[in-house]
Design a protein. Structure first.
Length: 391
């Protein structure tokens, strides 16, 4: 009787395994653009099973994508092509201010030993009867830049879609996610379900987004994979980039609670991380790129000092004295789930601070004469507007 039961159980396991493998190999998420610059971009997507992946690049001209062999860029690490289900391909050697077409490929790896690899089917984006994906590299000599800021979405895809539905129409150069796009980092699927799939459908395959980590992205067992999905130039969650006349400083305030709080069960270490970040900030603010920019914008999810909680107090202590000496034009924050605008000179900051709510978007255009910030609700009704002259 026991033997029959074991045989039946073994058969069920084999059947379920075969059923799972019978699903077609496919691309399950993305692609979306990360770390776009003047000469590079990183393209990210996911597949349902292990694969080796690459990107093909073509100039934006009248030639069909199949007119010639296109350059291939693979995801590699220490000289080896990477096999996995999340694919990050770094494309380099591009011309600034130039539009390119691209296609993604993933070739399934069905078995692998030390000296043998068995391949399965290949999945790819369609360029035969569908337009390929596009992107345009940044040009830091460009006189203007436009972008949209949203934050504290917490998986509300309908709100995200409403706040970003004009990104293409308004010809935004990028979108900025200022933290807490999900409530916790639980899995790759949860990240796609929480906001990535909506972003991809709306714009992210052709218009990049930059991400400032919020305190909710530090939570959950999947938190360590944050940089796998959202790489940065520094390899950290704080970094800088330039787009047109604006130099952006993206900071990570960590958690709003002390490291000893029960929330992290003894695993919090944000004090050390913020201290390291402050040293990086000193160097960044002293860089020629920062000093010579027409505008300087700081992005941080938790507003420094706008709370009696520990994390914001520490961010204010570490970051604000440095920023006050750097001629910052604007700081963009979220976290409070309500709109608050603090003019320069208040709360110890020599620069204005816009704390954006979770149901509004900030739409920003920095041009030759001024930087204009407009806050709108999900129905695109204008709620607030400010203008800052170019210094």
């Amino acid at each position: 009787m026991i033997r029959k039961a074991l045989l039946l159980l073994s058969g069920l396991v084999m059947w379920f395994g075969a059923a799972a493998q019978s699903d077609d190999f496919k691309i399950t998420g993305g692609p979306y653009l990360q770390m776009l610059g003047e000469h590079e971009v990183t393209i990210v997507w996911a597949t349902n099973r292990d694969a080796v992946s690459w990107v093909e690049i073509a100039p934006d001209n009248d030639e069909h994508f199949y007119a010639t062999e296109r350059p291939k860029f693979f995801q590699t690490d220490m000289g080896r092509k990477v096999v996995g289900t999340l694919h990050r391909v770094h494309v380099t050697g591009l011309e600034k201010g130039t539009t390119y077409r691209y296609r993604i490929y993933s070739k399934e790896v069905t078995a692998q030993t030390d000296y043998y690899v068995q391949y399965g089917k290949t999945a790819a984006s369609n360029v035969y009867d569908v337009k390929p994906f596009y992107f345009t590299t940044f040009d830091n000599d460009k006189k203007s830049v436009s972008f949209t800021v949203v934050n504290d979405i917490h998986g509300n895809n309908a709100m995200l879609a409403a706040l970003t539905d004009n990104v293409r129409k308004d010809k935004n150069d990028f979108v900025l996610f200022n933290g807490d796009m999900v409530t916790t980092f639980a899995s790759g699927q949860q990240i796609f379900d929480g906001f990535l799939t909506t972003a991809v459908k709306g714009f992210a395959s052709e218009i990049p987004f930059f991400y400032a980590r919020g305190n909710h992205e530090t939570r959950g067992l999947f938190f360590a994979h944050y940089r796998d999905y959202f790489p940065s130039p520094t390899g950290q969650t704080y970094y800088s980039f330039q787009a047109g006349p604006v130099f952006f400083i993206v900071l990570d305030g960590g958690e709003d609670k002390p490291d000893s709080d029960i929330e992290y069960n003894g695993l919090g270490g944000f004090d050390t991380y913020r201290a390291q970040e402050a040293e990086w900030l000193k160097e960044t603010l002293n860089s020629d790129a920062c000093k010579n920019a027409a505008y300087r914008v700081v992005v941080i999810h938790i507003p420094p000092g706008y709370s009696a909680w520990y994390g914001p107090i520490e961010s204010k202590r570490l970051f604000v004295p440095l920023l006050n000496e750097a001629k910052i034009d604007l700081m963009l924050c979220g976290h409070l789930h309500k709109h608050l605008y603090v003019p320069a000179g208040e709360n110890g900051c020599n620069f204005p601070v816009l704390i954006n709510s979770n149901v509004e978007g900030a739409y920003i255009h920095a041009g030759e004469k001024e930087m204009e910030v407009t806050v709108k609700d999900k129905d695109h009704k204008v709620l607030h507007n400010w203008k800052y002259p170019r210094k």
